[in-house]
Design a protein around this ligand. Structure first.
Ligand SMILES: *[C@@H]1O[C@H](CO)[C@@H](O)[C@H](O)[C@H]1NC(C)=O
Ligand SMILES: *[C@@H]1O[C@H](CO)[C@@H](O)[C@H](O)[C@H]1NC(C)=O
Ligand SMILES: *[C@@H]1O[C@H](CO)[C@@H](O)[C@H](O)[C@H]1NC(C)=O
Ligand SMILES: *[C@@H]1O[C@H](CO)[C@@H](O)[C@H](O)[C@H]1NC(C)=O
Ligand SMILES: *[C@@H]1O[C@H](CO)[C@@H](O)[C@H](O)[C@H]1NC(C)=O
Ligand SMILES: *[C@@H]1O[C@H](CO)[C@@H](O)[C@H](O)[C@H]1NC(C)=O
Ligand SMILES: *[C@@H]1O[C@H](CO)[C@@H](O)[C@H](O)[C@H]1NC(C)=O
Ligand SMILES: *[C@@H]1O[C@H](CO)[C@@H](O)[C@H](O)[C@H]1NC(C)=O
Ligand SMILES: *[C@@H]1O[C@H](CO)[C@@H](O)[C@H](O)[C@H]1NC(C)=O
Ligand SMILES: *[C@@H]1O[C@H](CO)[C@@H](O)[C@H](O)[C@H]1NC(C)=O
Length: 410
């Protein structure tokens, strides 16, 4: 699969040896904290994310992806190693940093991480204009970003790195896998900003953004924990596909509910799928829905603008819905509020880098104040419509890093 123009039997020995040296060196650096030449603010330490590790040397850094076992050797452009060393094997790739430009596989990629770091203008190539970022669309409209055919990996050689989230494709030497979606919890996903920061020597910015996002998230979770009454409201994430309803098993969604002060439907119910053409299944689904206070309908649709409460009821196919508290109380939500051209949901972009906003949305859904405008969730029980993202909505200076939105929290 991976092309390996630099590998041969003797190179392998060299590569393995140097990696051992690099990683050992990196570990020592890590253990001692900052060395004399690398300032602490230029080092990112991973707190919660499980799927990548960082090691620092004097003139290089190593990112190790724990899931696919691949390592990226990032070499400072002003070091001698930068001109001498180049790796491209199935396990080790090298990059010269700071990157002067890069491309991203925007077919599926959360570009909001680049915006928070202030790197968006260096994103010179994209693979799709189906992007949920106003400002990325604006750069493309202005001709500052080029569209590249993703079926031909060679076309990306013109960029210093090509970032991909969908790793099911042929990878050239400068491809780097960005995998926040593999983490279990919302804050772990957000911490992947440190992965991208490392490529641009933007560790201090990455640390700062992650720190504020984390503190705001934890503060809101603490306040939400206090809102609980006798019983926690029950929240169900559910999805209809091919005649079948199922409840989510995704850990990060369940975690959001817990942190927002709600309760997930029981695991025993969770496991089961419900075929709406089967009368017994339908009865069971009906009974479960009678116990739920808040529903998040995750059903995929080609046209989010047209999906409303009637669509949900049609899919549920229950005649008598008088016991559905989430309807009486108008708490039926979808996460497709911000969408670009019906295809790209900001739920898979901005919501990944700023989980504190998702948590705030969910707290409003569970404990409504009527005082807070949700960002990613819309309440279809109240007829709330989608917001269509367009380049004309980019109203900030793109050359300056985007600030995370920090919500009032005591
Ligand atoms: C290294 O990167 C910095 C920042 O992009 C740039 O200013 C500098 O000219 C580069 N140095 C070399 C030797 O390429
Ligand atoms: C992209 O490349 C593939 C394979 O090279 C080709 O079949 C396809 O037509 C190209 N698409 C566009 C839009 O150029
Ligand atoms: C990206 O940066 C590299 C290295 O500085 C340069 O050679 C290349 O021309 C740049 N590519 C684009 C598309 O700007
Ligand atoms: C290290 O961080 C400091 C402070 O944020 C910054 O001024 C400096 O340019 C950084 N150095 C490198 C090599 O990235
Ligand atoms: C939780 O509620 C208690 C009693 O109402 C109060 O004393 C405490 O300060 C609250 N804690 C937070 C974090 O809001
Ligand atoms: C759902 O049930 C109907 C009727 O029993 C059956 O024909 C259909 O294949 C089932 N669907 C799935 C996906 O199992
Ligand atoms: C949902 O949309 C359909 C088609 O646009 C419309 O006929 C229906 O009245 C809408 N239902 C609600 C509850 O808004
Ligand atoms: C509706 O919500 C309110 C508070 O938000 C709660 O007190 C009430 O019990 C709910 N009603 C139903 C039918 O669940
Ligand atoms: C929206 O997507 C469709 C097909 O997916 C495409 O033909 C159309 O040009 C896109 N419109 C905009 C404004 O991007
Ligand atoms: C709404 O916000 C205002 C001002 O921030 C506050 O005074 C009021 O108590 C809030 N209302 C509710 C229901 O939370």
């Amino acid at each position: 699969m991976s092309s390996s123009p630099y590998s041969c039997c003797c190179c392998w020995v060299k590569i393995l040896l140097s990696l051992v040296v690099l990683v050992t060196w990196g570990c020592l650096e890590g253990a001692n904290g900052a060395s004399s030449t690398v300032k602490v603010s230029n080092i990112s330490k991973i707190e919660g994310a499980m799927n990548f590790h960082l090691y620092y040397g004097q003139t290089f850094k190593v990112i190790k992806n724990v899931v696919d076992g691949k390592s990226y050797l990032l070499i400072q452009n002003n070091s001698r190693m930068a001109t001498r060393t180049k790796y491209c094997t199935s396990r080790i790739k090298s990059f010269v940093i700071p990157l002067s430009n890069f491309s991203a596989d925007t077919y599926f990629f959360p570009v909001s991480f680049f915006e928070l770091l202030g790197m968006l203008e260096s994103m010179k190539g994209i693979t799709s204009d189906s992007v949920a970022s106003e400002c990325a669309l604006k750069l493309y409209e202005r001709g500052e970003t080029e569209m590249i055919n993703r079926s031909d990996p060679r076309l990306f050689a013109q960029f210093s790195a090509h970032f991909v989230s969908d790793t099911d494709q042929t990878q050239a030497c400068n491809f780097a896998n960005f995998a926040p979606f593999g983490e279990d919890y919302p804050l772990q996903r957000a911490e992947w900003i440190k992965f991208l920061g490392v490529f641009a020597n933007l560790e201090s910015r990455a640390n700062q953004v992650y720190g504020t996002v984390r503190d705001n998230y934890l503060c809101q979770a603490k306040v939400a924990a206090n809102k609980t009454r006798t019983f926690k409201p029950i929240v169900a994430w559910m999805e209809y596909y091919n005649g079948i309803w199922s409840f989510t098993k995704e850990t990060y969604k369940l975690k959001y509910v817990e942190d927002a002060g709600g309760e997930n439907i029981d695991n025993s119910i969770n496991k089961i799928t419900y075929n709406v053409s089967n009368a017994d299944d339908l009865d069971e689904l009906h009974a479960i829905l009678c116990t739920v206070d808040v529903v998040i309908d995750e059903t995929y649709t080609l046209d989010p603008a047209e999906y409303n409460q009637s669509t949900f009821l049609q899919n549920v196919n229950v005649e008598d819905n008088s016991c559905f508290a989430f309807l009486t109380n108008q708490s039926l939500w979808r996460y497709d509020k911000r969408v670009q051209n019906s295809t790209a949901l900001d739920w898979f972009d901005g919501a990944v880098s700023q989980p504190q906003l998702v948590l705030a949305d969910l707290i409003e859904a569970i404990f409504p104040t009527g005082n807070y405008t949700t960002k990613y969730f819309r309440n279809i029980a109240k007829g709330e419509r989608i917001i269509s993202i367009g380049a004309n909505m980019c109203d900030r200076d793109i050359s300056i890093p985007m600030e995370p939105t920090i919500l009032a929290c005591q």
